[in-house]
Design a protein around this ligand. Structure first.
Ligand code: SF4
Length: 353
């Protein structure tokens, strides 16, 4: 088990992050927040696949007021993402936001920050300070001459100081960059300075193929070291893909329960059946399942059952057929056209036991 860093506990709606709590999966709506029907629909779909905290952009007062309707129709904790305008923060909090993402140094004078902090204290909701490598203050960049972990940290320190001076410690921190090494090094440094919970992510990570590699490389290294209380894998795609990716990453590190695992060989000259559509169908099916089951789809009967012996159940292909095996022991043969159907039945049977 990974020894997680002990961070302060912060409550976001009905979820507590930090301390030894589980890493929580977060995503962001791609809908217009003021389009409440579309936003509620998207949040419900995301919740169904495993999203645990959802964030919406608040661009104007209409968005801020829309949060009230959205909140009434969902059960996930709702985060309002605000830039520059303290009035939007106040309106979002009033509308029921469970957390706000806002950098206090960017909302005008001290009197504006006081108003937001007092409102957050009154409602007991946290503020996430989010430092993006693309928006570091010019003075900080000039000091370091380039974007680097120290510049990200100094930028965050300015915002943290503002809140701490007002005796506000209900804080979550994030440091995002599209650069994997900068992201990792900044979070590692931050974890030596603050005990506030951290939201992990690689920003502007790109399409699924790019993001899965960059996000797994960065977040994997941090999670392995026990850093990270919430995660987002941002992908230029439907946010449902983000949730699926987060679950698979947390599964790989043993940090999530009730998520299946899939083993599949790369196929080779020994493969005598049409395996690729089968493994894809099995993956799609497993994404609908909530259970800790390990399933294998292997290319040949020579090595398949043995290589995947730690799988709870699997198939290994022969000539237009497959062997069904459990924990490496062959159970029976299945004709090619029935492989997926039979495997699904067996999976459901194991889960029901
Ligand atoms: Fe090749 Fe069989 Fe190994 Fe798959 S399990 S890679 S088909 S030898």
């Amino acid at each position: 088990m990974i020894n997680r860093e002990s961070t302060r506990k912060v409550k976001i709606g009905n979820i507590t992050i930090g301390g030894q709590n589980k890493v929580i999966i977060q995503s962001m709506c791609s809908t217009l927040t003021k389009d409440t029907a579309a936003t509620i629909n998207q949040i419900r779909q995301l919740e169904k696949v495993g999203c645990q905290i959802i964030r919406c952009s608040v661009l104007d007062l209409e968005d801020a007021h829309a949060l009230k309707t959205i909140k009434k129709n969902i059960s996930l904790p709702l985060v309002a993402d605000i830039h520059f305008d303290y009035k939007l923060a106040l309106a979002a909090i009033e509308a029921g936001a469970d957390k706000i993402r806002l950098n206090p140094g960017n909302i005008g004078g001290r009197e504006n920050v006081i108003k937001v902090v007092e409102k957050c204290k009154e409602k007991n909701i946290p503020i996430r300070i989010g430092i993006n490598s693309g928006s570091i203050e010019k003075s900080v960049l000039d000091k370091y001459g380039k974007n680097c972990p120290e510049a990200m940290i100094e930028s965050a320190q300015r915002h943290v100081d503002i809140l701490e001076e007002m005796d506000f410690h209900n804080i979550v921190l994030s440091f995002k960059s599209s650069d994997v090494r900068l992201t990792v090094e900044t979070f590692l440094l931050a974890a030596t300075i603050w005990d506030y919970p951290m939201h992990l992510g690689v920003t502007e990570a790109g399409t699924k193929n790019y993001s899965l590699i960059k996000s797994s490389a960065a977040l994997g290294e941090l999670l392995r070291k026990g850093i990270g209380d919430t995660i987002r894998i941002s992908i230029s795609d439907n946010p449902i893909e983000e949730i699926k990716a987060c679950k698979k990453l947390l599964k790989a590190y043993g940090l999530i329960d009730n998520v299946p695992d899939l083993i599949g060989c790369p196929t080779c000259g020994r493969t005598m059946y049409d395996m690729l559509p089968i493994i894809q169908e099995v993956e799609d099916f497993l994404e609908t399942i909530q259970a800790d089951i390990k399933v294998a789809v292997m290319g040949c009967v020579v090595n398949g059952p043995g290589e995947a012996r730690d799988a709870d159940i699997g198939v290994a292909g022969g000539i237009r057929e497959a062997l069904l095996f459990k924990k490496g022991q062959v159970i029976r043969k299945i004709p090619q056209e029935k492989i997926v159907e039979e495997l699904k039945k067996e999976i459901l049977e194991i889960i029901s036991q």
